[in-house]
Design a protein around this ligand. Structure first.
Ligand SMILES: [Zn+2]
Length: 306
């Protein structure tokens, strides 16, 4: 079946089987900002990923959210993919998003959205689209990191993934981005609140549980590509800004919540679960509903959407 026809009929089926929207509103807390955080969609050609993405989008829109934050890893992989395969994945992502979603979407760049870093042979580093340019342009981002505001809440969307000269990638902010972050934070009034979005968790326990094992000597290790390696400097920076109430991330495909020094760090699972093959460890394909209240408190609800 042609993708277009297929998605059309899927949408019809999904529409008729929608559950009534769940109510998470706490009566004592009015004027909350309510959004869906869909992360690690990892869409690729195929029935399951394509219908899965459409289903998650429909489900989220039924929850009366104001907007969507896409946490990154929108496509399966561009890091090691050819130009053609990368184009195919972005075409699918954009087509489904346009067709199956009517809300504003704020995108985050995930490691797998970066083109060419791991392409063997014929390295495409002379190509204009190499690295983060392609994803930035495709998702129409003004910059690879940016901020926006909703009511009394400021959102800061970071670019977590940097090329590691020793191989692979590393979770951290580059110098330029850190300077920008310091500037943005310094301008936010004390009476407002802040939500920080990153693809790779700034702090999470599930980053150490991804490989489901300890080192031979019993140590539980957190790899440099599974949590921000600049955590200590970010923590010190954040201590100056009590308005920072919540940090949300994806990348790990596991879910956790860590409250540390007054900040709630939520790692919000994956829409693709075990990369479109059911649950990853104990976690079914899910997305998060985030509620940010006008007293600075926060509520996260994980939604298995299947
Ligand atoms: Zn990732």
């Amino acid at each position: 079946m042609k993708r277009k026809t297929f998605l059309k009929s899927t949408a019809a089926v999904l529409g008729s089987s929608m559950l009534p929207s769940l109510s998470f509103a706490d009566e004592t807390k009015k004027n909350s900002i309510r959004f869906a955080h869909l992360t690690d969609i990892h869409v690729k050609p195929g029935l399951i990923p394509e219908t899965g993405m459409a289903k998650a989008l429909h489900h989220a829109q039924q929850q009366k959210v104001d907007f969507i934050i896409n946490g990154g890893d929108s496509i399966n992989d561009a890091l090691g993919a050819t130009k053609q395969k990368t184009q195919e994945q972005w075409d699918i992502f954009k087509t489904i998003l346009k067709k199956e979603n009517s809300l504003s979407v704020y995108h985050t760049i995930g490691n797998h959205d970066i083109w060419g870093w791991f392409v063997k042979n014929e390295k495409p580093d002379n190509d204009r689209l190499y690295g983060k340019i392609w994803v930035t342009e495709t998702l129409e981002l003004k910059k690879r990191y940016y901020n926006f505001k909703k009511g009394n809440w400021n959102f800061i969307v970071l670019d977590s993934t940097q090329l590691n000269p020793e191989g692979g990638y590393i979770g951290k902010l580059d110098e330029e981005q850190l300077t920008w972050l310091q500037e943005v934070l310094s301008k936010i009034p004390k009476t407002e609140f802040i939500c920080i979005v990153s693809h790779i968790p700034i702090l999470s326990i599930c980053s150490s549980l991804f490989f489901k094992k300890t080192e031979a000597n019993g140590d539980l290790l957190i790899k440099r590509n599974l949590m921000h390696t600049d955590f200590f400097s970010l923590k010190n920076l954040f201590l100056n800004y009590p308005q920072i109430k919540v940090c949300i991330s994806g990348h790990i495909h596991l879910q956790d919540e860590v409250r540390y020094l007054g900040i709630n760090y939520f790692c919000n699972g994956a829409v693709s679960g075990n990369w479109w093959n059911g649950s990853f460890q104990e976690f079914a394909p899910s997305y998060a509903i985030m509620e940010l209240f006008n007293d600075g408190t926060v509520k996260r609800t994980m939604i298995p959407y299947e």
